[in-house]
Structure formats: C-alpha cells, structure tokens
Design a protein around this ligand. Sequence first.
Ligand code: NAD
Ligand code: WQD
Length: 335
Amino acid sequence: MSLLITGGTGYIGSHTVVELLKQNQSVIIVDNLVNSSIKVLDRIQTITGKTVTFIKADICDAKAMDAIFNEHKISAVVHFAGLKAVGESNEIPLTYYHNNVSGTITLLQIMAKHHVKSLVFSSSATVYGEDNQSPLDESMPTSATNPYGMTKLMIENILFDLAKSDPQWSIVCLRYFNPIGAHESGLIGENPHGIPNNLLPYVAQVAIGRLEQLQVFGDDYDTHDGTGVRDYIHVVDLALGHVQALAKLPQLTGCHAINLGTGNGTSVLEIVEKFEEISGKHIAYTIVSRRAGDLASVYAKADLAKSLLNWQAQRDLHTMIADTWRWQSQNPKGY
Ligand code: NAD
Ligand code: WQD
C-alpha cells in the first residue's frame, strides 16, 4: 500500500515526503508542477537514498486521478496541492476556487469511488479570520477575508459534511500557522517564483543580495515593538505533524481540525534581528504602511495537536532561521 501525496514536490509536501520515506513508507507524488520544480525529486533521493514515484498530473483531471487509483493501491491521501498566494487570489478568484475547491472535490470523488477514505488536508490559520483573539483555538468561529482563505474554509466545510454523511471517512484538517525553515541538509526549501509575498523568503533574499531592502508593513500595531507578530513553525516539525496525523488516522474517525503551531509569537523586527545575527548579513529595511488584511498578532493554542496527535513542535527560532539561511545560501537562485 502507498500514500498518495498531492502537491508533494512543493515546499511543505517535499519535506513531508522526506519524513515519510525515512519511516519506510511507500510514497507516490502527484503534482502538476505549477509552483514547484522537478529537481526536488533528485534532492529527495539524495537526502533519503530512496526513490519516490512521481506522476505529473492535475488534481482537477478526474481521468488522470482515476488512473492513478486504478494503477496503485493507495491507503491514504495527504492533500497539499493548491494555490496559496493571498494577493493573487484577489485578482484571479475563479482560478483559486476552481483549482483548490473543484480540484479537491474531484480528488474526493475519486477517493470515494476507490474506497480510500483516509485524508490529511492542508488547511491554514487563515480560517480564523480577523475577529478572534490569539491564542487561536480550534473551537473558535471561522471566517475568511480573501478568496484563498475562503477556499480553505469551503474545503474544511466540505470535509466536515462528507465525514458526517459517511462514518467510514477519517479526515484531519491541519491548520498551519507560518511555516518557515528548510531541511537541515540545505537541499530542499521554499522556492517562491518572482518576488516573495512572505516574510522569511523576502528577508533571505535581501540577505543574499537578490533584493535591496525589506519593507516592514507597519510599526504601529498593538504589539510589543509595533510590528506584526506571527507563530513561525519549522517546516520539518510541520512535516512530522503529518506523519503523526497519518499514524493516528485509523483512530480518528470523522473530521477533525487541528492547529499546527508552536504557540509562540515573534515580531517582524525580531525576525530581522535574528536573521542578521545568524547570517552575519545586514538586512536593510524601511517601515512602510500596513498591508491590507494583515492582523497585529496571530499565534496558536497548540494543545489539541498534543493530545490528539501526540505531536509538538521541537525546533526553535534559531534552528528555523539557520536552516532558512543554509537553504538560501546554498541555493541563491533556488532550484
Ligand atoms: P507550494 O506551492 O510549494 O506547494 C503546492 C504544490 O501543489 C505545488 O508543488 C504545486 O505545483 C501543486 N499544485 C497546485 N495546484 C495543483 C493541481 N491542481 N494539481 C496538482 N498539483 C497542484 O505550497 P506549500 O507552501 O507547500 O503549501 C502546501 C499546502 O499548504 C497548500 O495547500 C497551501 O495552501 C497550504 N498552506 C501553506 C501555508 C504556507 O505558508 N506555506 C500556510 C498554510 C497552508
Ligand atoms: C508575516 C509578517 C507581515 C512580508 C500568510 C498568509 C496565510 C498563510 C501564511 C497560507 C506579517 C510582515 C511580510 C514583507 C512584512 N498562508 N511582512 N514585509 O501574512 O502571516 O500569512 O502566509 O495559508 O494565509 O496570509 O505571512 O509571511 O506574509 O507575513 O513586514 O515583505 O511579516 O505584515 O506581520 P502572513 P507573511
């Protein structure tokens, strides 16, 4: 039996594949490479000494997905495939709803047809919307402020309805906070196309000299230094959360939403300072006005993952930034 990993050549997917291979799991990746590189496969092989089956296909393509389930014995699916840029989702919402929501429905229909009813889904802390106070816990009301966030919320709701309709489903929606870092080998990491939207890849590209200076979006938030506070989590810890979720799935019938965060908040200026200290590079920055849609402070209550999955983040901020820097300095232009 194999695990099917949609979006497995992407940032979080590739790190999860490494951890699954390390546990001797048989893994099949399906990815259309819209936001990832085929070179990831060689890197995964170098790290693990194992090969992984790769199928280039779109999750929206029902025929191709059906063929995968016909040809392989799949026990469970980890579903990372999706578009994830918040700003872009405002510009091309239909593309986001089609790719993320319709693509997931297609995947679920094919899974049901083949009686594969175990799923781990990549959700996001974005489903907490803007009305809740951190620490955010899973019982809080959900909402969305942009089409990307709405796709995550819609998919979660679809998954809750599906599990209610058929008790054979076991589903875990993992709500990630802010994944950063890279594998300790420096061989795989986050590889954004164009100018990064997220803080860490931006800072890393300033440090390596690809970008001139960071724009800090606001220093007048109600936080200890006025800049935005987030719950950064090492991508390898996140990957291990998926390994644990898969292990616990048989006992977790129904649909469960679970935070994957550290429970700690770090400000933008603290990230800049730590990055300078670890890389030995100067990070030039300027304070600009707030970015629309940003919140002051977002961090997790991380207790449910501990009790349900026996999982807790282990890697500290120093490791997260040191690993980000190793990846960036060894791969200045990405893959
Ligand atoms: P990523 O873009 O690196 O990986 C997503 C992968 O899915 C890419 O390899 C892409 O090529 C593939 N893909 C997209 N649409 C596809 C389709 N229709 N068919 C097949 N493959 C497709 O992103 P990531 O950071 O690894 O994120 C993985 C998942 O986690 C996404 O669903 C994302 O929304 C979610 N998530 C990410 C973050 C984050 O900050 N990185 C936070 C919360 C949730
Ligand atoms: C972090 C902090 C910014 C860039 C996003 C998505 C969310 C989730 C994770 C997928 C904030 C500040 C950033 C910059 C800055 N993704 N910042 N200058 O916004 O918390 O979350 O990624 O589900 O849905 O919204 O992450 O890394 O963009 O920002 O000052 O150039 O850094 O204001 O305080 P965010 P981020």
